[in-house]
Write a protein that binds this ligand. Structure first.
Ligand code: FBP
Length: 555
């Protein structure tokens, strides 16, 4: 392979570990703390997880632990969307295992959870690992969005584990994948199969976080990548002075990415889906909110600006939420008749005729492209694929027509030209920032220590992340302590609670305190590219979200 100079140099980067994980492995001793914070419905969760519920939180401390030197065979799965640092999770796990016992082995299941079910795997050797250290992507073994759901799939996973003689399976994934990890752990424990299942918190969306997980890995690099691009666009906007840029930012549901990018770049407008839902803002209200900023800036002769739009927005606008939920039910219930229609116009008519009057009228009012995007295939969880809905273009069209009305009424005299962008996939496989490189390596190494300590049903938990890496803590939290029971497809299912943006949380409050000023003034901030070398305050910096949340926690 003809590697870039940066890639070659990044291979040499030595990720920083918390002090407790440095040095000899047999001094990493397990300390069990009190029980994990109670889930909202502990009895319901206990019933579903009789073997793995109610375990204590674990932390590693200085001591002595000969178990760390056991010979182990471990399988690893990368699950769901890519997030920068996945390769370093595997590297940390690999190095921990080999440091514990040079004969330990790491098996990578190919293409996500389906790789475990169908027993497709590769052995991670030292040479293979060295080609992926500190690189972005999940391509060392690939990822997938399959779920291990049916009894048959559980049996096949158990057979693969037996056939390969695994002592543990590590699942690197988001809320759904870690829910799956908890179910697997319970399944193995229930049948007395001695195999640990350990989760690792991944997702650029930043919505897998709680008392034990300060941030999911990949968020840091993704938001820094998007912030660089947004800053560049802001500078272009302020130079050319002729475009309003509408930028949709990834994040399936939660608006953490859009909020962090807003704190970094100070755009004129940043929509936060959670606020839209809490205030019950309609599409018309959102349009007016944007038009007010466009008009105010036009008064100052500034016919340019930047608007950030979270990817999941449409699912938080009340009338859209109702429409999408009706479409989901309709497409599932009428799959056969709908599937038989080949023509796009016929498909649109088919659904429009079956919606409630309000939803039908909203649906019919939408531009043709959006109508089609709303009825595209659902993801394996039955969700609309929000990354494929061009909300930024919809908003541009609505703003244009509202401004035309204002112009006709004499209340707006500016010029409005727009550009649209979508930043998503650009950020998911960037070279991990130093923070993500260190954090992921530490999460992987911690996963090894949890396995060697004989724990199962835990998620790797590395905390105190605003401090220097040497002062980070390492341990594990029981997955069942993070679960809720939610009604899905008519039955109550255990799921890990998704962390949405909290409107009384420190990051949103910091944003809300400034946004009126940013809407009118040109207050842009230019974060620039991720720096991998140089002063720690630049190359080891953490996100504002982490900083603000940590400051709020410690008072
Ligand atoms: P995960 O939750 O699996 O980490 O994926 C997040 C995400 O990147 C979302 O931000 C986005 O909506 C989605 O994946 C896109 O999915 P796909 O890769 O299937 O297009």
């Amino acid at each position: 392979m003809d590697e870039s100079p940066l890639q070659n140099v990044r291979y040499q980067y030595k990720p920083k570990l918390p002090a407790i994980l440095r040095g000899d492995v047999d001094r990493i001793s397990l300390h069990l703390e009190g029980p994990a914070g109670a889930a909202p419905d502990p009895e319901g969760i206990r019933e579903l997880f009789p073997k793995t519920f109610g375990k204590p939180v674990a932390r590693f401390v200085e001591g002595s632990n000969t178990g760390m030197k056991r010979k182990l065979t471990v399988g690893v799965i990368l699950s769901g969307g890519q997030a920068p640092g996945g390769h370093n999770v595997i590297a940390g796990l690999f190095d921990g295992l080999r440091k514990g016992n040079p004969e330990s082995r790491l098996i990578g299941f190919a293409g996500g959870p389906g790789g475990l079910v169908n027993d497709r795997a590769v052995e991670i050797t030292g040479d293979l690992m060295d080609r992926y250290r500190n690189t972005g992507g999940f391509d060392i073994i690939g990822s997938g969005r399959d779920k291990i759901e049916t009894p048959e799939q559980f049996e096949k996973a158990a057979a693969a584990v037996r056939a390969r003689g695994l002592d543990a399976v590590v699942v690197v994934g988001g809320d759904d994948s870690n829910t799956n990890a908890a179910l697997l752990a319970e399944f193995f424990a229930g049948r007395g199969q001695a195999v640990s299942v350990i989760g690792v918190p991944k997702t650029i969306d930043g919505d897998l976080k709680n008392e034990y997980i300060e941030t999911s890995f990949g968020f840091d690099t993704a938001v820094k990548t998007y912030s660089e691009l947004i800053g560049n666009i802001e500078r272009d906007a302020a130079s050319a002075r002729k475009y309003w840029h509408f930028i949709k930012l990834m994040g399936r549901s939660a608006s953490h990415i859009a909020l962090e990018c807003a704190l970094q770049c100070r755009p004129n407008i940043a929509l936060v889906s959670e606020e839209v839902e809490a205030r019950g803002w309609t599409l018309a209200r959102i349009t007016d909110y944007i038009c007010d900023a466009v008009s105010a800036r036009a008064e100052k002769g500034e016919n340019f600006g930047v608007v950030l739009v979270p990817e999941g927005l449409v699912e938080f606008i009340p009338e859209f939420k109702a429409l999408i939920s009706q479409l989901n039910d309709l497409l599932a219930a009428e799959a056969e008749a709908y599937g038989a229609l080949r023509d796009a116009g016929a498909r649109i008519e088919f659904v429009a005729a079956r919606l409630s009057p309000d939803s039908a009228s909203l649906y019919r009012s939408l531009p043709a492209d959006i109508k089609l995007q709303l009825i595209m295939d659902r993801d394996p969880h039955g969700n609309v694929q929000v990354s494929r809905i061009e909300t930024e273009k919809l908003l541009i069209a609505l703003v244009e027509s509202r401004l035309a009305e204002r112009k006709a009424a004499g209340t707006y005299k500016g010029k409005f030209s727009s550009q649209n962008h979508f930043f998503g996939y650009e950020g998911r496989c960037a070279f991990p920032s130093n923070f993500d490189a260190d954090y992921c390596y530490s999460l992987g190494y911690t996963a090894f220590a949890l396995i060697a300590s004989g724990l199962t049903g835990y998620i790797s938990s590395v905390r105190n992340l605003t401090a220097k890496a040497e002062d980070w803590t390492a341990g594990g939290a029981p997955l069942t302590g993070m679960m809720n029971l939610e009604r899905r497809h008519g039955s109550r299912k255990p799921v890990i609670r998704k962390a949405l943006v909290e409107l009384d949380g420190a990051p949103f409050r910091a944003f809300a305190a400034e946004r009126e000023d940013w809407a009118v003034r040109t207050a842009y901030r230019f974060p620039g590219a991720i720096q991998y070398f140089g002063p720690p305050e630049i190359c080891d910096s953490v996100t504002r979200t982490l900083e603000l949340e940590s400051a709020a926690r410690t008072g």
